[in-house]
Design a protein around this ligand. Structure first.
Ligand SMILES: [Zn+2]
Length: 72
């Protein structure tokens, strides 16, 4: 395995960012991810994308709930 550049090594994985977005990381994991996101534009964009995705899912869930109410 080639030696990874230190910059890449410090990026959380997309999966970690996703778990962070869902609030499923351990408190010990959360801090370094949060700190990294504040300083890394690239990972911030991934988080924003995941946030949008989560928001879209929630909106879709809301819509289907509402449509259930409206079913005659
Ligand atoms: Zn990063």
């Amino acid at each position: 395995m080639p030696t990874a550049p230190s910059e890449t090594r410090t990026h959380p994985t997309e999966e970690e960012i996703e778990r962070y977005a869902l609030g499923k990381v351990e408190p010990a994991e959360q801090k370094p991810i949060e700190t990294h996101l504040l300083t890394c534009q690239k990972c911030c964009e991934i988080l924003e994308f995941l946030d949008d995705f989560q928001a879209a899912l929630r909106a879709a869930a809301q819509r289907s709930k509402h449509s259930n109410f409206q079913v005659p």
